[in-house]
Design a protein around this ligand. Structure first.
Ligand SMILES: [Zn+2]
Length: 481
């Protein structure tokens, strides 16, 4: 047991899925030429005033409700003053004093243990521009460019209580958060496109104590795996430093993915942003009735969907958790089930072949060619005995790559399972004649010798014989001898 305990809080910035920016009509579309989606408002030119995007407020409330938060009926925006090239106005419009949502939670599961992580607050703010650093990594960069396409895109910042204790818990928290936001349609939650970004506050303290140690803030992590690794590295670094009699410096550190280490970026005293009221954008006033309407329109969330797969379909909780962890996978499951209502078989193919191929090729489900209708047809072919389970896996891979119809693949490749006894009898007779020793073994009571004989038949038929039928026939023929 470690003598130290880690205290971790996460700040997650999530881009809200609106067509236009928070205070202007510029497009939020990702991947356009730098500085082509800008106007006087999002460039912060003097004299320009924006108007609040109502859709952003609705999405933020949706997110807050899905995260079990209380929603403020009267909240407003503030100006957070700081000077940096990504922020042309010199202040960021954010909700500092009154967040739209507060006091929520989400539940995670790590190593079979459930744990509730509380959410302090979720507030709306505008994104600053994007700095693009040259060079291989942030430590070797010699210049930075600014793209203001991102300036003014609506975000919610979701702040957790410092209740996370390990890199693994942090990853589980992010995965759950991502799936909730995905289910509610609040965000694209694509970390690689920057629509979900995470900073981690980390400190350590002697196990069993309750005062907080000095914390560092880790930035620049671009995958959930990176968050986990960065946290694990930072915990070890802090413990080692304390063990050696050193002191932790309150600072912002960057994760260097290539080197697998965190490096000091700047010292961090509690900054005074001299925040003050944003007086040009009107306050957000929501009626309890409207909030309840948004709540009533929330879709089924991941935990409820998992519960349903366990209760209605009898799936193991582990399978159900993985399938419902991603909305795309959960919808795929439901669509197959509609055509082929055998939940456990579908789950086996999703958990086995589908996830194996997605992971091996590093693909999202939307990039794979296989359709739910295709998988349902394939399972039907296996059930009817047209092809074996093993052939089914080959066909599955071809469907995954090419998206072809399974019946067509089976026909084109001549992958038909031989179950016809007349057709098999001839081959079996030959195999029996060629393997007198195995036959004798079997007849003298070594029942496992049958496996070898079945194998010989499979070999002679290039794997096309139905092993179940062969097994029964062999036993009958040998019993007669
Ligand atoms: Zn604009």
């Amino acid at each position: 047991m470690s003598r130290y305990e880690a205290v971790i809080g996460l700040e997650v910035h999530v881009e809200l899925k609106t067509a236009t920016k928070l205070f202007c009509g510029c497009s939020t579309e990702f991947g356009k030429e730098p500085n082509t989606q800008v106007c006087p408002v999002c460039l912060g030119l003097p004299g320009s005033t924006g108007v609040l995007n109502k859709r952003a407020v609705e999405l933020a409330v949706k997110a807050g409700l899905a995260l079990n938060c209380e929603i403020g009926t009267h909240t407003w925006f503030d100006r957070k003053n700081y000077f940096y090239p990504d922020l042309p106005k010199g202040f960021q419009i954010s909700q500092i004093f009154r967040p739209i949502a507060h006091n929520g939670y989400l539940d995670i599961e790590v190593n079979g243990q459930e744990k509730r992580i509380h959410i302090t607050r979720a507030h709306i703010e505008e994104d600053p521009g994007k700095l693009i650093h040259t060079g291989e990594s942030i430590t070797t960069s010699f210049a930075s460019y600014v793209d203001y396409n991102r300036s003014g895109i609506p975000l919610i910042e979701i702040v957790s209580e410092p209740e996370i204790r390990s890199g693994e818990e942090a990853k589980a928290y992010l995965e759950k958060l991502k799936s909730i936001l995905e289910y509610t349609g609040v965000s694209d939650v694509k970390m690689e496109q920057g629509s979900l970004r995470c900073d981690a506050n980390i400190s350590v303290r002697p196990a069993g104590t309750t005062t907080f140690g000095t914390k560092t803030e880790i930035k620049n992590m671009n995958s959930f795996r990176a968050v986990q690794r960065a946290i694990e590295y930072e915990i070890d670094r802090q413990i080692e430093l304390l063990e050696d009699g050193g002191t932790i410096i309150a600072e912002t550190r960057g994760w260097d993915e290539n080197k697998g280490i965190t490096v000091s970026m700047r010292s961090k005293e509690d900054p005074d942003y001299r925040s003050f009221l944003e007086h040009e954008i009107s306050d957000i006033k929501l009626t309890p009735e409207w909030i309840e309407e948004v709540r009533a329109a929330l879709p089924e969330l991941p935990d409820a969907r998992k519960e349903r797969l366990v209760k209605e379909h009898g799936l193991p909780a582990y399978d159900a958790g993985i399938i419902t962890g991603s909305l795309a996978l959960a919808e795929f499951f439901d669509a197959v089930y509609e055509k082929y209502p055998d939940a456990k078989t579908i789950s086996n193919w999703i958990m086995g072949e589908l996830l194996r191929l997605l992971n091996a090729r590093n693909l999202e489900l939307s990039q794979a060619k296989i359709t739910p209708e295709g998988l349902a047809k394939l399972l039907e072919l296996i059930k009817k005995g047209t092809i074996s389970n093993k052939m089914g896996k080959e066909v599955f891979e071809l469907m995954f790559e090419e998206g072809n119809d399974p019946e067509q693949i089976v026909k084109e490749r001549g992958m038909v399972q031989i179950s016809d006894e007349e057709q098999l009898a001839q081959i079996l007779t030959e195999v029996i004649a060629q393997n007198p020793k195995s036959v004798a073994d079997f007849q003298s009571g070594k029942k496992q010798a049958i496996g070898f004989l079945v194998g010989q038949v499979m070999k002679a038929t290039k794997g096309q014989a139905n092993p179940g039928v062969v097994n029964t026939m062999l036993r009958n023929m040998l019993a007669e001898k």
